[in-house]
Design a protein around this ligand. Structure first.
Ligand SMILES: Nc1ncnc2c1ncn2[C@@H]1O[C@H](COP(=O)(O)OP(=O)(O)OP(=O)(O)O)[C@@H](O)[C@H]1O
Ligand SMILES: [Mg+2]
Length: 490
């Protein structure tokens, strides 16, 4: 296969991204609740109720899409509140979900709004972030859709760069580079020259398409990223109104372009990207993104319990927490938020909230907010059996990560069954005796367990290092038994 084909492959793989995005529309159709749960099962152990709840909530959006506008308008999303101890998979479910669904998705910590300097309307930034996510999504899709024409235009510009249309003074050096020399005494008499020029262009184009010039150098003029690197004014003030000054001004200022010398293969990529940007209809992009955000948007509100006022006292931090709840309310209930792409209605945005609610209860939330989260799911504390599964089973589980890391040194790390069992039992014991931090305990324990191996593996002559129960006990038992040490290390 010629190099051109290699070039094409690259394009195709670029297209594949959106190709898969395109099929993602169908993907949403194919995402039945069972499929969603199946997907989540690959990463998260247990927590079946929570998985089912989010699966149904997602499916309901697809169902709503199939209805006539009259009834669809009436159906508001059934927001979910996930309650469960720390480290049992709440955030993890949201994280995995976001990689699965083709919907604009943002994750925010509710505590972000209790920080010093908080002003009421800041909560609207959630919606603006959601729209930004939608814009990024739609743009990616649109860019993919115009890859072909963009590549064609890029090719024309490459030919122009190699052989400027009329200006022979500039054409000579590049042309010579390509053909390795130019016959003397050519280019007399206008029409003749033009004809020859055209013929040369054709030849160049063919060579380009066949990928025969990929490694040649060419000088192209390429737009510099105008908006980058000019932070005009303090971003925060203007940004909170959804206005980006450098973007506005950037649009008014003439786009700076810069001459750069690079390989044709590289230039092709840069020019295609630039042409693709030009081909995008920004108006349509904004509109589609706004629609997507308000129809399909998902907001994951983490740490909701942290904005619950403790005990009915009137101390000021608690007041501000309740203030955050009040500010969140209109967004969750459905209101219109101005963004720089236009107004967004939040009525149909799906909210999934999560919180440990250890010192407080969901019923301590202000009643209006409670009412907006009708679906409550409890996540279960993790048993030692769960912990062992978490070590081993999920895709890219902790053990798989360590094994892969050590594997890069040419050493195979092997864990025996009773070793993983021992780790899980010890972790569970630590959770019971100290603070229950769920699966997070496994992270520190494994780090302690493998510290020595990690350090010494490069000098180790063994091809296989087996971690058995004895090894685990050796390394961890003394830590577990010693109250002072374990407080710091595990
Ligand atoms: N059920 C589970 N299956 C697989 N991994 C899990 C599970 N629960 C927790 N983990 C792992 O433990 C870590 C912490 O989990 P996560 O962030 O979901 O906790 P959380 O429930 O959101 O806790 P918090 O209330 O403190 O925010 C993650 O690295 C995650 O991979
Ligand atoms: Mg969390």
């Amino acid at each position: 296969m010629s190099k051109k084909n290699a070039g094409l492959k690259e394009n195709e793989s670029g297209l594949k991204n959106d190709g898969s995005e395109k099929s993602n529309f169908n993907l949403n159709v194919a995402l039945t609740p069972t499929k969603i749960v199946e997907f989540l099962n690959r990463y998260i152990v247990g927590q079946d109720k929570a998985k089912r709840a989010v699966a149904v909530a997602l499916r309901n959006r697809e169902r709503r899409r199939r209805l006539s506008p009259e009834i669809a308008r009436e159906i508001s999303p059934k927001n979910i509140l996930m309650v469960g101890p720390t480290g049992v998979g709440k955030t993890e479910i949201a994280r995995r979900l976001s990689s699965l669904v083709q919907a604009p998705f943002v994750k925010v910590e509710a505590t972000k709004f209790t920080e010093v300097g908080y002003v009421g309307r800041d909560v609207e930034s959630i919606v603006r972030d959601l729209v930004d996510a939608a814009v990024a999504m739609v743009r990616k899709q649109m860019l993919a859709d115009v890859q072909e024409p963009a590549a064609e235009r890029a090719e024309q510009r490459l030919v122009d760069a190699l052989l400027p249309r009329s200006d022979k003074k500039f054409s000579m050096p590049d042309i010579m580079r390509v053909f390795g020399g130019v016959p003397e005494g050519e280019a007399e008499g206008e029409p003749e020259e033009v004809r020859k020029n055209e013929a040369t262009r054709e030849r160049l184009l063919t060579m380009l398409r066949e990928g025969r010039l990929e490694d040649r150098e060419v000088e192209i003029e390429i737009a510099e990223n105008a908006a980058v690197g000019i932070p005009l004014f303090g971003a925060s003030g203007m940004d909170s109104m959804g206005i980006n000054l450098s973007e506005i001004l950037g649009g008014m200022l003439p786009k700076k372009s810069k001459k750069r010398r690079m390989k044709i293969s590289e230039a092709r990529r840069a020019l295609t990207a630039e042409e693709a940007e030009k081909l995008i209809d920004t108006e349509a992009l904004s509109q589609e993104a706004l629609d997507k955000a308000q129809e399909d948007g998902i907001v994951f509100l983490d740490e909701l319990d942290k904005i619950v006022a403790k005990g009915g006292g009137g101390s000021s931090p608690d007041v501000s927490r309740e203030g955050v709840q009040r500010d969140l309310l209109p967004i969750v209930e459905g209101s219109v938020v101005q963004t720089r792409y236009g107004p967004v209605k939040t009525d149909h945005v799906l909210f999934i909230a999560a919180g440990a609610f250890s010192g407080v209860k969901p019923s301590d939330l202000i009643p209006e907010l409670q009412g907006r989260f009708p679906i409550r799911v409890e996540l279960q504390p993790l048993s030692w059996e769960n912990l062992q599964q978490i070590l081993i089973e999920p895709e890219n589980s902790l053990l798989k990560q360590y094994t892969a890391l050590i594997g890069t040194e040419g050493v195979e790390l092997r864990f025996t069954d009773d070793a993983t069992r021992e780790i899980a039992v010890l972790a569970s014991k630590m959770n019971a005796e100290m603070e229950d931090i769920g699966a997070r305990r496994l992270h520190t324990m494994l780090e302690q367990l493998l510290e020595e191996v990690s350090f010494e593996v490069c000098d180790d002559s063994r091809k296989v290092i087996e971690i058995d129960v004895g090894f685990v006990q050796n390394r961890l038992n003394c830590l577990v038994e010693n109250r002072d040490i374990r407080r710091y290390l595990l």
